[in-house]
Design a protein around this ligand. Structure first.
Ligand code: PEP
Length: 247
């Protein structure tokens, strides 16, 4: 069975002192987990968190990557720069970036391509809004989002991680039920299966208000291979409980 992955998305939270306290607490509690663990931190803290994680089971992750390789793109961070700091995972296409920064399916596909070319595993986020779910469009939306990434990266699609994150569940305390999440994960699994013979190795994460109380039931679903965790990843005891539930 493949190892599950628990990835924390700190979003735009943290500070030098808070990061140190959080990572020390995680280091003290994480031991040798049954799953892989990643911390996706704000770019300015990559160097600090890399040092804090050294020699532990905690892997470094980023939250975004530029579509450009290098050059006159003020404010952008390239995949090669992330690799310089030992980044193993990079979230691409988070709904907050689609919503507030106008990222399209095509943009997200290129970001995944940049990460892959740098040897970084993209965590590709897909998910429907509440209006889309209520209109019965969940399947169309997530398949369209994933299809763009498959189209551009088909040759190495088995190297990606996919995170299903219903937008209505992110940061709201409203979690998809395990059955709702499993239904969408099974659709995504079938889509990946049709695209690659090696699709079995692709981890499908669930994200959206996953916490210490609901993690076990979500992670017990046959097609849920881990979690992308926002709010609960900022509290060491909660994040450690979720890691412990991923076996
Ligand atoms: C996220 O930001 O990817 C996320 C799932 O957030 P939360 O766990 O806070 O809903």
């Amino acid at each position: 069975m493949k190892k599950k992955l628990i990835a924390g998305n700190w979003k735009m939270n943290g500070g030098l002192a808070a990061n140190e306290a959080l990572v020390q607490a995680l280091r003290a509690g994480v031991g040798a987990p049954a799953c892989a663990v990643a911390l996706c931190v704000p770019a300015p803290y990559l160097a600090q968190v890399r040092e804090l994680c050294a020699g532990s089971a905690l892997n470094l992750g980023a939250q975004d990557v530029s579509v450009h390789e290098q050059g006159a793109y003020t404010g952008e961070v390239s995949a090669a720069m992330l690799r310089d700091f030992g980044v193993r995972y990079c979230i691409v296409g988070h709904s907050e970036r689609r919503q507030y920064h106008g990222e399209t399916d095509a943009t997200v596909a290129v970001k995944a391509q940049r990460a892959l070319a740098a040897g970084i595993t993209p965590i590709v986020c897909v998910g429907e809004t509440l209006a889309e779910r209520e209109a019965g469009h969940t399947e169309d939306v997530v398949k369209r989002q994933l299809a763009a990434v498959i189209h551009l990266n088909g040759h190495c699609i088995s190297e990606i991680v996919v995170a299903y994150e219903p937008v209505w569940a992110i940061g709201t305390g409203k979690t998809a039920t395990p059955a709702q999440a499993q239904t969408v994960h099974a659709l995504l699994r079938a889509q990946l299966h049709a695209a690659s013979e090696k699709s079995d190795r692709i981890a499908l994460l669930y994200g959206g208000s996953m916490n210490a109380a609901n993690a076990s039931e979500l992670l017990a679903q046959p097609d849920i291979d881990g979690g992308l965790i926002g709010g609960a990843s900022l509290k060491a005891p909660d994040f450690l409980s979720i890691i412990a539930a991923a076996r």
